[in-house]
Design a protein around this ligand. Sequence first.
Ligand code: ADP
Length: 306
Amino acid sequence: AVVVVGSCMTDLVSLTPRLPKTGETIHGHKFFIGFGGKGANQCVQAARLGARASMVCKVGKGSFGNDYIENLKQNGISTEFAYQTAEAATGTASIIVNKEGQNSIVIVAGANLLLNTEDLRKAAHAIRRAKVMICQLEIPPATSLEALTMAHSSGVKTLFNPAPATADLDPRFYALSDVFCCNESETEILTGLAVSSPADAGTAALVLLERGCQVVIITLGAEGCVMLSKTEPVPKYIPTEKVKAVDTTGAGDSFVGALAFYLAYYPNLSLEEMLKRSNFIAAVSVQTAGTQSSYPYRKDLPLDLF
Ligand code: ADP
């Protein structure tokens, strides 16, 4: 099984002609509510590929929280450890998108910040029995660290996505990551190196690998990704499909969720092959609008991915 210890956010999206200025009120032409949060996004993608998936998370008691838990269930995800609290509201991302597709976003993490180590203790047997556990940084770092420690000490493969990244990431995260997967901007924040090509990514991946992870993967948007591992410390570039991107929001989470699926269910594939397939799945997700709503299901994908 795949266990995700991470965030749930309700996306409140307004489409407008342009972004409002300070103090200004403008009219948008469309509003919708979506399900987001890096943790849940990754869990949904893994589940849609066929993973038995569990979400360890915290949402509020109100309708956003109820709807979020229902969304997880709809995706076949176990919600045994999806806690509801009266102490904070469900995390929200208020997003304004202009007609050029540029956005302004306000995140209020809310209940996500109350996910604590006591919650992890209740989920300990599920975490310790998983094949793969994924964590990100939209919950308290201490909770992510404890989840990684728990998984690591039980021989569960850990997939860590340091997002959103901070320059002063606790060094213990590296040693606890079997697979450390980040995008270009996260890599720049973590290493201070500019990343604009597969070659740059290879150089930065070496820096990250030296901090103690077993495998580093840097995603490069339309370029695909670069991998580097302790056992084969020469960066390898894995290009992706040329597709017409409609909406790349959440592409990285689709990629991470797919990778977790392969690590858990196809452990005998080479890492390169897993990344080719994860690239393919994430490339499908960018071809339709929305975040989770753009993530493909197993039944809609070519048979040779499974
Ligand atoms: P994030 O969403 O975190 O910014 P990236 O932009 O690096 O992450 O995208 C993650 C993965 O999604 C890439 O490695 C690639 O597989 C896929 N992807 C993203 N954008 C495109 C694109 N325009 N065309 C094809 N694949 C894409």
